[in-house]
Each structure stands twice: as structure tokens, then as C-alpha cells.
Design a protein around this ligand. Structure first.
Ligand SMILES: [Fe+2]
Ligand SMILES: [Fe+2]
Length: 285
């Protein structure tokens, strides 16, 4: 059994859970417990407690990228850095900004979190390449962007507050869980592009069937043409389940719901996805 529990998200299915602009997911796979992203920091601990998730049981923590809304809760979860490795792309530690309409917003990993990471570099594992972080649980590392149109619409993301150096989000990566029945993909924000990410995972897994694509798809600012392109490409890849949340945006979620019908669900804090798979433990002894 694989169980994915959304701990932090922009929305919630239960009034008692906190919401925030952020994403965090608890992975239970083959007896292993892994935390994927940590939200912005206001929801992780409280929601984990409410959901019966014991963050201290995480064997591994992985970060999809360095934005504050995926890393802000790290201090709440990474309480034993000497025992619990932290996986991230080296680029996640960069300072970065959203510069738009004359306003500058720092959107980096929060400074205290960066300091925490810097203090415990012995527990940090950089993932520039595909990496199996627990049996059957992988991180992509850098995602090649072959579909340039997916990332061509420039976001106002920069590596400097003056807005001179574009931030290409080289640190963006996804997690994928390999099972005998296909691949379960977990997206943070998919800044590298949903289709680029799925295609890369396809090359890494021999084009295994997509059991699920779950998480943030960063389509909130997508043009109608880009949205239509993305939905059409996603349909071609025939995922058995599409579950979008966090930064996907309502128009994109509506389009995905229309395209995928009963194969679509929205995410949200407290949502649990379960995948039966008797063979998941095959690689474990
Ligand atoms: Fe995000
Ligand atoms: Fe992001």
C-alpha cells in the first residue's frame, strides 16, 4: 500500500485544518515514511498533528525546490538532521525574488531555514541527478525542458532584487514512486513544466504507465493556449488519476476536471490518496 497524505495546501477538505499558499505531502510507501516539501510554515506541524502524521518519523525529507512555500516549514520537520537526510537541488539555496509592477518580494527559502541547512550540511544530499531516496521513491533532479513552450512564458522570477537575472528554477524537481503497476508522480510546483517533468520521468522509467499525477502544476497564470496545450499533452499520456492543487490555479483545475472527468480530483490539506500494490515491496528484503 502506498498512501499519500496532503498535509499543507492552499485549500482544505476539513475546516479544522490550516490552509496556506504552500504544499507538503507525507509519503508512506512499503513501510517507509518520507516528507515531500514542508509548506510555508504555518500549517505543517498543526496539520500533521491533526492528521496523525508523526513528522519525526520521516526517514528522509525532500524539497521540490527552494521557494518559501515549499521550504518554510522545514524547521518543524527536520528535527534530527544527523539521522534524517535532507534531499534538495543545490540551486534551492539561492536567494530569489518576484519582481513585478515595481514591487519586489523575496520568495527564497526563508533565512532561518537557510541557516538551519547551512548548520547541518552533513545531513544534506544534493540531487542534480535522478536519485532513489527510499525503496521505490525517487527524485528527478534537474528536469530537462525539451518543450520550450512550457516555460517560455516568462514569470517575474529573478535571482536579484533589481530584476536583472532571470531565475530559471533549475532546482525544480519532482518525486516519482515506481510500482509494478506504473508510476505515481508528485509535483511541487512543476516550474520545469508538467509535461517536461512527465516526459523526463517517462525516459527514466521506460515510459511506465502513469498511475497518478498529483500536486502543484503552476498554471495559475497560464494563457488559454498554454493551458489547452498542457491539458492535451497530459491527456495523451493517459494518467489514471490527475489531482491538482496548490499553485495550479482555478481555471486550470476546471479545465483538468473537464478533461479527465472521474479521473480528476483536487488536492487539499487532509486529502489522502491510497494505491494498493502488493508488489511495491519487491525491492525490499
Ligand atoms: Fe509553490
Ligand atoms: Fe514555486
Amino acid at each position: 500500500m502506498i498512501r499519500l497524505t496532503i498535509i499543507a495546501d492552499n485549500t482544505s477538505r476539513r475546516p479544522s485544518l490550516r490552509t496556506e499558499h504552500g504544499f507538503a505531502c507525507w509519503i508512506e510507501a512499503g513501510g517507509h515514511k518520507v516528507l515531500f516539501d514542508t509548506g510555508a510554515g504555518q500549517a505543517l506541524r498543526a496539520n500533521a498533528t491533526a492528521l496523525g502524521v508523526r513528522l519525526e518519523e520521516a526517514e528522509v525529507i525532500m524539497l521540490s525546490h527552494g521557494h518559501y512555500d515549499h521550504t518554510g516549514g522545514l524547521a518543524e520537520a527536520w528535527t534530527t538532521p544527523d539521522k534524517t537526510p535532507l534531499y534538495l537541488h543545490a540551486g534551492a539555496l539561492a536567494a530569489r525574488y518576484r519582481v513585478s509592477g515595481g514591487t519586489v518580494k523575496e520568495i527564497s527559502m526563508p533565512r532561518p531555514v537557510r541557516e538551519l541547512v547551512a548548520q547541518h550540511m552533513g545531513g544534506v544530499r544534493f540531487t542534480n541527478q535522478p536519485t532513489e531516496i527510499a525503496p521505490g521513491v525517487w527524485l528527478t533532479g534537474f528536469v530537462p525542458r525539451h518543450h520550450h513552450e512550457e516555460v517560455a512564458e516568462s514569470e517575474p522570477f529573478f535571482l536579484d532584487p533589481s530584476g536583472q537575472q532571470p531565475d530559471h528554477l533549475v532546482d525544480d524537481q519532482a518525486s516519482y514512486l515506481v510500482t509494478d503497476n506504473g508510476v505515481i508522480v508528485l509535483l511541487g510546483c512543476a516550474h520545469a513544466g508538467v509535461i517536461n517533468t512527465l516526459d523526463y520521468i517517462g525516459t527514466l522509467t521506460g515510459n511506465a504507465p502513469l498511475r497518478a499525477v498529483i500536486g502543484g502544476m503552476h498554471l495559475h497564470a497560464a494563457s488559454p493556449a498554454k493551458l489547452a496545450w498542457t491539458v492535451a499533452r497530459l491527456q495523451e499520456r493517459k494518467p489514471a488519476l490527475v489531482a491538482a492543487g496548490h499553485c495550479t490555479g482555478q481555471p486550470a483545475m476546471d479545465a483538468l476536471a473537464a478533461a479527465f472527468g472521474n479521473r480528476y480530483r483536487s488536492t487539499g490539506a487532509g486529502v489522502v490518496f491510497e494505491f494498493a500494490d502488493e508488489n511495491q515491496n519487491q525491492k525490499e528484503k
